[in-house]
Design a protein. Structure first.
Length: 187
């Protein structure tokens, strides 16, 4: 809870700094406008200059926000999701190969990537993986439970009993517990 509040505070502070930098010419033009109103000789066109400066800064801010949110942040999110998916696919394949040759599953982690082992497991950078062998009561056989999350991601990925990958809902209690367990275990 405290970590989320501090994180949001830092993000808000960074955005405030960006807004000040982008709108610095408008702030300067507003200051000039206020100073010229104090003198008896009025300078014509200061209000128009302030309006034009604000419009130009608003257009620049719009294009920078569009560029950042649609191209940079979206691409990074997709990269994180794909690295978690690739790690889980590697983990499932590694577990199945190990089970085929040894007749059991092996325990992994939690480990933070980059990590590789001799069984073909490849954990990508900044991905946290946890695998534990379990007993499937319904099918009466060995199985494994695997979870992975990116350090900067919000939604953990889980491997189901049949080897399929399932994304846990980001706001569910199980997802929050798994994410916090994984992040706290590799500090």
């Amino acid at each position: 809870m405290v970590r989320d509040i501090v994180g949001l505070g830092i993000v808000a502070l960074v955005y405030l700094c960006f807004i000040i930098v982008i709108f610095a010419p408008t702030i300067y033009a507003a200051w000039l406008y206020l100073v010229t109103r104090k003198f008896t000789t009025k300078r014509k066109g200061m209000a128009r200059l302030l309006l034009y400066t604000f419009v130009i800064n608003a257009i620049i801010a719009y294009f920078l926000a569009h560029l950042a949110f649609n191209y940079f942040l979206g691409t990074k999110t997709e990269e994180r999701e794909s690295s978690v998916t690739a790690t889980m696919q590697s983990a499932v394949a590694s577990q199945k190969n190990f089970f085929a040759s040894h007749g059991r599953y092996y325990n992994v982690g939690p480990v933070r990537g980059p990590y590789q082992n001799e069984y073909g497991l490849n954990v990508e950078k900044d991905v946290i993986l946890f695998i534990t062998p379990t007993w499937d009561k319904q099918l009466q056989r060995d199985n494994f439970q695997a979870y992975a999350v990116h350090v900067w991601g919000k939604t953990p990925l889980e491997s189901t009993n049949d080897g399929k990958l399932k994304k846990l809902p980001a706001d569910s209690e199980e997802s929050i517990q798994i994410r916090s367990k994984l992040l706290n275990s590799v500090k």
